[in-house]
Design a protein around this ligand. Structure first.
Ligand SMILES: Nc1ncnc2c1ncn2[C@@H]1O[C@H](COP(=O)(O)OP(=O)(O)OP(=O)(O)O)[C@@H](O)[C@H]1O
Length: 247
């Protein structure tokens, strides 16, 4: 049976006079990679934070794992990788992983195994005992991803996980995300990288807080009669601008 890990219905949110999310619906079942694409300022991070219960919505509802959000216990079960890295720079990567693992109540015997697994996944095994202050931007990003995985979550929410990560490692990370998916885990991923959008099972195109289009990459390309998601993105944007101009 397919379970819905996330069900967001008619979510709206404003900051002051600016409406950042306008009646967004999003359903994320188990075993799916769901991509959120949209230009800078479209509302992607605000939507993610609303789903996590970190941002209060003005109207609409969000359920995660069948529980109405906000809910601290459920939030703690979600692997979340924020857009900016929240790492302890004076600690080593291993110490960071250990700290966050303990915070997430990972059992002691499992923690050592999970640190090895997560570090291997992001190719940081040989640098695990270096201080984070000496890490490059891409290494920090990879460590943040490892931390999001440390408690072996069923749901991962990743805000631009591959920014600053070189193409080869990005391939490896996507291969691993697909493996995680095959075990029934789900991922909600924001990205600016169009070839990553093509790798998602399902996409929401969001612009100015409005879900312009939703569907599988193949459906979207058919719907807009174009060859790539980048072209879908451009065409949907132009159509939105034309509609706004007509109002
Ligand atoms: N706490 C806040 N207070 C006021 N405005 C905010 C706040 N957070 C976000 N915004 C505004 O809401 C809009 C959407 O921001 P959001 O970060 O959700 O966009 P985004 O699609 O994630 O962009 P990016 O791809 O650049 O990360 C932006 O105009 C932003 O300035």
């Amino acid at each position: 049976m397919t379970t819905n890990y996330v069900v967001a219905q008619q979510v709206s949110k404003s900051f002051g006079r600016q409406q950042v999310l306008n009646q967004i619906d999003l359903t994320l079942p188990s075993g799916m990679i769901y991509g959120l694409i949209g230009p800078s300022g479209a509302g992607k991070t605000t939507l993610i934070k609303s789903i996590l219960g970190m941002e209060a919505v003005d109207s609409g509802t969000v359920d995660v794992m069948g529980t109405r959000m906000p809910n601290r216990a459920v939030m703690a079960q979600v692997g979340y990788m924020a857009q900016s890295d929240a790492l302890y720079e004076t600690l080593t990567a291993r110490e960071n992983l250990k700290f966050f693992g303990q915070l997430m109540s990972v059992p002691k015997q499992k923690l050592v195994q999970m640190i090895d697994y997560a570090a291997g996944l992001v190719d940081l095994t040989s640098q695990l005992d270096q201080r984070v202050s000496g890490y490059s931007g891409g290494m920090k990003r990879r460590l943040s991803l490892a931390i999001a995985l440390i408690q072996d979550p069923r749901l991962l929410i990743l805000d631009e996980p591959t920014v600053g990560i070189d193409p080869e490692l990005r391939q490896q990370i996507w291969a691993e995300l697909n493996k995680l998916k095959a075990t029934g885990k789900s991922m909600l991923v924001t990205t600016h990288v169009m070839d990553e959008a093509e790798r998602c099972d399902y996409l929401m195109l969001i612009r100015g807080g409005i879900a312009l289009a939703q569907g599988t990459p193949r459906d979207l390309k058919q719907q807009y009669d174009v060859a790539t998601i980048e072209q879908v993105f451009l065409k949907a944007g132009r159509m939105q601008d034309a509609n706004n101009g007509n109002r």
